[in-house]
Design a protein around this ligand. Structure first.
Ligand SMILES: [Zn+2]
Length: 217
């Protein structure tokens, strides 16, 4: 969405709270307080810890994420990041895991998706969280690429599917080398994407990788 369209939209249809439709705010304080206070830590098969703010089954959380992601309501990233920071800081184990990290890295979008959507919701969240936590954010640390290995190199159909999967690359390892990374995304469902990102960051020399998401599927 370009700037002119956004200006027109904001003028003709001012922001309304995703919870109660109150005008002039994307998520009012009263509705923010009804978001779940249920952070959880999950360990993925590769050992990566994923801290998530609440279940995606929570209607207001799901609706807020959906609007941020698919309705171009970029300004929802700030109140969602505030809620996430509040809720995880009240959970000692999650707070400890996050305090030991020193660089925020958002899960990237593929450049084709980025062109289509115009922004990366994980980057918006990471940027907002970086402001709250006074931590640096390296938006370009990871890029999403597509495997394009020739099919003659693969023996069977599963191999071909594997080779068509998106993968990640760390174009400048010096950005992450030796650092404890907090990987940011909106939702963790299977955890496969987070594991792929974590593997790439570790291969590039990151000291540790913990993931933080708004919701868990
Ligand atoms: Zn509200």
């Amino acid at each position: 969405m370009n700037g002119l369209f956004r200006w027109l939209r904001d003028t003709l249809w001012p922001a309304r709270c995703v919870g109660c439709s109150l005008v002039s705010t994307d998520l009012c304080a009263a509705c923010r307080h009804t978001l779940p206070d249920a952070p959880a830590i999950r360990i993925l098969p590769d050992g990566t810890r994923v801290i998530s703010g609440g279940p995606i089954a929570h209607p207001l959380l799901a609706q807020a994420i959906w609007r941020m992601k698919y309705r171009s309501i970029r300004s929802l990233a700030a109140p969602l990041a505030c809620w996430l920071a509040d809720t995880i800081l009240r959970t000692p184990e999650a707070a400890r895991a996050i305090r030991t990290t020193i660089l925020l890295v958002p899960v990237p979008l593929h450049h084709a998706r980025m062109r289509e959507r115009g922004y990366n919701q994980a980057h918006l969240l990471a940027h907002a969280l970086a402001g709250i936590a006074a931590m640096p954010c390296a938006a370009e640390a990871l890029i999403r690429v597509r495997h394009t290995a020739s099919q003659v190199e693969t023996a069977d159909r599963n191999g071909r599917i594997e080779n068509m999967r998106e993968a990640f690359d760390c174009p400048d390892p010096s950005v992450v080398r030796g650092l404890a990374i907090l990987l940011i995304d909106d939702v963790c469902t299977t955890g496969a994407t987070l594991q792929d990102c974590a593997r790439t960051l570790r291969a590039a020399g990151a000291r540790s990788v913990t993931a933080l998401t708004l919701a868990r599927g």
